[in-house]
Design a protein around this ligand. Structure first.
Ligand SMILES: [Zn+2]
Length: 229
């Protein structure tokens, strides 16, 4: 069961259990960011909110972000995410997007920023005029999943460091999990935490996640779930 919340006159968040989607409307079209976890209805929900044609983009292809993808014949996704996506048995045509691409919804340009680390093809979306960065799972105050084959904490650090080049271009970060809107000052904290883990200077607590024994590094601003050494 999804809950729809208006953020401003042309932006909505759609809460789908523990994950959320965003719907951004321009003057010509609307863009749904991710398609949820609970079922195939994200497109229907978006089309009830706006009369504009709705396209889909995925921040990445983890299972909780793609449940409604197949209602769209094609969707934007980073090409490095295709393996992850097809592995989950999902269909549809990927329209590749990557670093520097700009999607314009009509007076609402969106800039794509590659953020590999959480997954190889994770991206962030800069809503240029609104000074908002939509960061998927990479920038949030909940638990960031960094265990599993394709995840890479060193790449994650490099990606977040790259965001300093965008300083001043966003005042808020919208996250897929946990608190909806976090301030950009969480980014240097996440970098510092990830570096402490990489350097072996942080202490993790062993917990069970879906039958995997992993290490939770809980900092005051966020947590990282990492493989045991
Ligand atoms: Zn997620």
């Amino acid at each position: 069961m999804s809950e729809i919340i208006n953020i401003n006159e042309n932006t909505w968040r759609i809460e789908d259990g523990f994950v959320r989607m965003f719907l951004l409307a321009g003057t010509k079209e609307a863009l749904l960011v991710d398609s949820g976890v609970s079922g195939p209805d994200a497109k229907k929900i978006a089309e009830r909110i706006t009369k504009l044609p709705v396209r889909l983009i995925n921040t990445h292809a983890d299972g909780d972000h793609i449940a409604g993808n197949e209602a769209f014949p094609e969707f934007y996704m980073h090409p490095r995410e295709e393996v992850n996506y097809r592995f989950r048995g999902k269909g549809g045509k990927i329209v590749p997007v990557q670093q520097g691409d700009v999607l314009d919804l009509g007076d609402r340009p969106l800039e794509i920023i590659d953020l590999p680390g959480h997954t190889p093809g994770s991206i962030a979306i800069l809503d240029v005029n609104n000074k908002v960065l939509i960061g998927g799972d990479s920038i949030q105050d909940g638990r960031i999943y960094m265990f599993g084959e394709q995840r890479n904490l060193l790449d994650y650090v490099t990606s977040l460091e790259k965001l300093s080049a965008y300083e001043g271009r966003f005042d808020e970060v919208y996250a897929s999990h946990s608190t909806v809107s976090v301030k950009p000052d969480i980014i240097p904290k996440l970098i510092a935490g990830a570096k402490q883990i990489l350097a072996g200077e942080a202490t993790g607590e062993e917990i069970d996640m879906f039958g995997n024994s992993v290490l939770l590094y809980q900092f005051e601003y966020a947590g990282f779930l990492c493989p045991k050494k």
